[in-house]
Write a protein that binds this ligand. Sequence first.
Ligand SMILES: [Ca+2]
Length: 244
Amino acid sequence: MRKSFLLSSTSTIVSFLLLLLPCADAQERAVDAEGHQWWQHAVFYEIYPRSFADNNNDGIGDLNGITSKLDYLKQLGVDAIWITPCFPSPQVDFGYDVSDYENIDPIYGTLQDFDRLTKEANRRGIRIIMDFVMNHTSDQHTWFVDSKSSRTSAHRNWYIWHDGTRSGQPPNNWLSTFGGSAWKFDPRTGQYYYHYFYPEQPDLNWQPRGGECHVRCDSLVVQAGCGWLPSRCRGHAVRRSRSS
Ligand SMILES: [Ca+2]
């Protein structure tokens, strides 16, 4: 499991952030008498949709399954549910390889199912937080498909590309957390790309190079997140990892 590895890794610092994006409404920024925002004292229940509740009996948990358990969650005293990735994905890493940040994977349902979940949760006073993976995308995401198409493509620098050594080896000895080199050679453009997790999860390039690439990645990823706010959910849980 992704999370269990991350939490046990000594070379990786992992932090979980609640990100209330600027498009959240003013009410969500209200604080209590002690200056705490709602999420600083709320009871969260993390849900892995794949195994939580299967509503259509196909063997895989789904959004309608979560909706069917809202009364149970309310009874537990839950203030907010934190849903791990349910975006479209090739499922190489069970949803952590996101190929579209603005939709729902069909195995979990539809956007309409998500809207119904939101409506029913709101009726019970339960907020919804979405897990938002910003460290990398799926190699099937249109950004990476374009990035690997040529060295001069519009999205080339959104990912981490590097020449190999003169002897034809990867740029350095960095290892993937899932084993083997963290670099994969792309014969089409003759460079390696960096992947901290699986090769199918190329890392986004968050390193500012003159500011331009970082800003563009940041603005568009946040824009994708804002598509979910404030109508569909109350915030995002951002999983961040970096080597120490
Ligand atoms: Ca199902």
